[in-house]
Design a protein around this ligand. Structure first.
Ligand code: ADP
Ligand code: MG
Length: 393
């Protein structure tokens, strides 16, 4: 994308205007309790700045994947409470906008949150007319549309794509910031440029690797995907995650000479908090055992390869960080990236961003933590993102 996206400034004075904001409030819930409110906190500044400018704000968002019908497990009600706490204002929670005469969803509040847009089949429908009908209903609530949900821009959904065609629109600050950072990772990145990839599957990240490898100086690979690379080097990986159909692709990636693999691995018999673990050489994984984290020597190796980097993009945990015996690799790598002086450091991917927070590493030590996992990967793959296209038009 060459042109910068139109920002909220391009809309002129918003005082007294009704603004529909699409936010990314897709937070993890455990029995109705929010376990990580990062996305809500990230959404607050744009909502607050519109309120401060005198607008009436109606926020819409999705949560999880309900099947186009009301499902209490995916209600945004807990998010409305948390949003209210963070804003320090009453948030009107709107279960059904149609039940409010003349579209006044606010009552006495100046900010409202609509119930999960995916409770309406029109939101995600492949049928243009069905999506259009829902987009019309959303557009009727507001004078202006602001898309601040970077995590959803890769979706051709009513609240992301179609509604932008019905109202004067702009990209929210979060979307603009995400796009600006992703542009710096793809167009003339400052060198050395080091990318660190982990997570579970090579197949998930295949296209990203293909797109980034020609642009980077070094690619550090950890997480579950490193075992397919190790297998491509001819090593036995025991019972570790292995994608046999990706071995050939990994072999090609290794031929570039840019890929750095772990030299030691934390192995166990199973993923459990009281598992017996051992650190073994990456080329000596015993049969029957699973590699579940990169070892301490690999953390040192990766730290060394990161030294002097000017641009760093990290996606995918180095191990099963959710379980303490396998968290050290991810923690060590995150620390190494956070400690880099003067580099643009970007963390992408839902689990990687969650890892930074749950491992207790100060988010402010990173240049940017992307809130949109799938969307940032699709951007880096070079795909066209419908939500961004709609904002440019
Ligand atoms: P992101 O959401 O940041 O893009 P992914 O979804 O690709 O990351 O991968 C995250 C998952 O990968 C985590 O749940 C983690 O437990 C898992 N993982 C990391 N290393 C391993 C491993 N060695 N074996 C199995 N799973 C792993
Ligand atoms: Mg993930």
């Amino acid at each position: 994308m060459a042109r910068p996206l139109p920002g909220v400034d391009s809309l002129g004075d918003v005082a007294g205007k009704r603004v529909l904001v699409r936010s990314d409030l897709n937070v993890p819930l455990d029995d109705g309790r929010i376990t990580d409110d990062g996305r809500i906190r990230a959404s607050v500044p744009q909502i607050r700045s519109l309120l401060d400018a005198g607008a009436k704000v109606v926020v819409c968002a999705h949560l999880g994947r309900p099947k186009g019908t009301r499902d209490p497990r995916y209600s945004l009600a807990p998010v409305a409470s948390r949003l209210g706490e963070l804003l320090g204002r009453d948030v009107a929670f709107v279960e059904d906008p149609a039940a409010h005469p003349a579209g006044d969803v606010w009552g006495n509040a100046d900010v409202a949150l609509l119930e999960n847009v995916r409770f309406n089949a029109g939101e995600t429908s492949k049928d243009e007319a069905e999506r259009a009908a829902y987009a019309d209903a959303l557009a009727a609530l507001a004078d202006i549309y602001v898309d601040d949900a970077f995590g959803a821009v890769h979706r051709k959904h009513a609240s992301v794509y179609d509604v932008a065609q019905r109202l004067p629109h702009a990209a929210g600050d979060l979307v603009r910031r995400e796009v600006e950072v992703l542009q710096r990772l793809t167009q003339n990145p400052e060198r050395p440029y080091v990318v660190v990839l982990g997570g579970s599957k090579v197949s998930d990240k295949l296209k990203v690797i293909e797109s980034l490898l020609p642009r980077v100086d070094t690619l550090l690979v950890g997480g579950g995907m490193c075992f397919t690379f190790l297998a491509a080097q001819g090593h036995d990986v025991g019972d570790s995650l292995l994608e046999a159909d990706q071995v050939e692709a990994c072999r090609r990636f290794l031929e570039t000479g840019k890929v750095v693999l772990p030299t030691d691995v934390v192995v166990a018999d199973d993923i459990s908090a009281d598992a017996t673990t051992d650190v073994v050489p990456a080329d000596g994984i015993p049969s029957g055992r699973k590699g579940l984290d990169i070892g301490p020597a690999s953390v040192e190796l990766f730290r060394d390869r990161l030294e002097g980097a000017r641009t760093v993009f990290w996606n995918g945990p180095m191990g099963v960080f959710e379980v303490e015996p396998f968290a050290a690799g991810t923690r060590g790598l995150a620390e190494a990236i956070a400690a880099l002086p003067g580099a643009l450091t970007v963390v992408g991917g839902g689990d990687s961003a969650a890892a930074v927070r749950t491992l207790g590493i100060d988010e402010a030590r990173f240049g940017h933590i992307s809130t949109g996992g799938g969307a940032s990967l699709e951007y880096l793959e070079g795909k066209e993102l419908p939500g961004l296209t709609a904002l440019e038009e």
